[in-house]
Design a protein around this ligand. Structure first.
Ligand SMILES: [Zn+2]
Ligand SMILES: [Zn+2]
Length: 393
């Protein structure tokens, strides 16, 4: 069995909305290069796979046929713009080959889900994946096809009875939530900056799933400006309890790193160290609860040099069971490449130098504190539906 299957080849950089768009493929290219330069690919059991785009029948396990046709029509020259399907908007401009590039991302996450489920690989990482805003019938928020939703659907079709999806991107994981809104077999947990101020404007604690699956949707909406210790306090007050109670057979996690203080699109102030700490905990949960079955995908992240490559290189290290020590120097070959290509200094170390201690929820909470209020709202909304006590567990 492969210890880690990593999905990557250069074709993933073809998911490219153009130079003016925040989701530049540079972030993926720099991540892959940093992963390599750190020596993570040299570890025994780490296997890198490229994949082909999936066919329409796979996409249509989640997406409407009319949407898939619209994406295809928008992906050729001359493109047919289709704003009703979210194509040709400011967030999702069309480009030649968009259908293939988007379907390839789905292929990556789907391959990992099947490989991890069938024990071909212990863990899987697709940092090009995590297109969590894509809806069944329209593109949204830089996302065309929803790779995680297609992969989870395939797991259910293969017989999985309980799948947990955890989304720590700074934006609400609305697309995956929508697809499994009323499906008791899938627990979706999204931690994000509140929709009161941030796209997509959804993901509130009172949204906890449909009538057939109350509690299968969990939203923890942090106030803008949330920093490391309060975020970790909230994460630890919600995620492990629900994962243990739901007892999933496999964990699918989305690692958008746009929660970082340097990210230009949101207003949270997390450090790299906080993000990496949460990756470490999610990995441990996969072993504790899911017999190690873990598929991790990327997501948002728009600070292309300082944040995304380091965050996801750490993710790969954790998944490879060779976590990168925080004090590690960023390889000089990578720093030289960044300086030559972009004319800017790259970070020197694989850390922001922040400690990741936090005050646990069980030490007491303050209802007047905005983060504690958010955490308590989520716990009150969903903990009883899982047999948990919002006040004391
Ligand atoms: Zn995001
Ligand atoms: Zn592991």
């Amino acid at each position: 069995m492969e210890a880690l299957r990593l999905i990557w080849d250069e074709t993933f950089t073809k998911y490219d909305f153009g130079d003016a768009h925040p989701m530049s493929p540079i972030r993926l290219e720099l991540t892959a290069r940093l992963v390599r330069d750190l020596g993570l690919l040299a570890h025994a059991g780490v296997h890198v796979h490229g994949v082909d785009p999936v066919g329409d029948e796979i996409l249509m396990t989640v997406h409407d046929p009319g949407f898939v046709e619209a994406v295809k029509a928008a992906s050729v020259r001359p493109p047919r713009l289709d704003e009703a399907h979210g194509l040709g908007t400011e967030d999702v401009p069309v480009f030649e080959g968009m259908h293939e590039a988007s379907a390839r991302i789905v292929g990556g996450t789907l391959d990992l889900a099947r490989a991890v489920w069938q024990r071909e690989a212990a863990h899987g990482v697709n940092f090009a994946g995590g297109m969590h805003h894509a809806m069944p019938d329209h593109a949204s928020g830089f996302c065309v096809y929803n790779d995680s939703a297609v992969a989870i659907r395939a797991l259910l079709d293969e017989g999985a009875e309980r799948v947990c999806y955890i989304d720590i991107d700074v934006h609400h994981g609305d697309g995956v939530e929508r697809v499994f809104w009323d499906d008791p077999r899938v627990l979706t947990i999204s931690l994000h900056e509140t929709g009161r101020v941030l796209f997509p404007g959804t993901g509130f604690p009172g949204d906890f799933g449909g009538p057939a699956a109350p509690g299968s949707v969990v939203n923890l909406a942090f106030p803008p400006g949330t920093s490391d210790a309060p975020w970790l306090r909230g994460f630890h007050a919600v995620v492990p309890q629900l994962v243990r109670a739901f007892d999933p057979q496999i964990l699918v996690t989305q690692h958008g790193c746009d929660s970082h203080s340097l990210d230009p699109l949101a207003h949270m102030v997390l450090s790299l160290d906080c993000q990496v700490e949460s990756y470490r905990v999610l990995h441990e949960l996969a072993h504790e609860v899911c017999d190690g079955r873990w598929v991790a995908v990327g997501g948002g992240g728009y600070e292309l040099v300082d944040v995304v490559p380091r965050a996801w290189a750490h993710l790969v290290g954790i998944a490879a069971h060779h976590p990168v020590p925080p004090e590690t120097l960023v390889p000089s070959a990578w720093r030289d490449y960044v300086e030559q290509r972009f004319g800017r200094q790259a970070p020197r170390r694989m850390t922001d130098g922040k400690d990741v201690s936090y005050r646990p929820w069980t030490a007491g909470h303050d209802p007047e504190d905005a983060v504690d209020h958010a955490v308590l709202s989520t716990r009150k909304a969903v903990f009883p539906l899982h047999g948990l006590d919002p006040w004391s567990d």
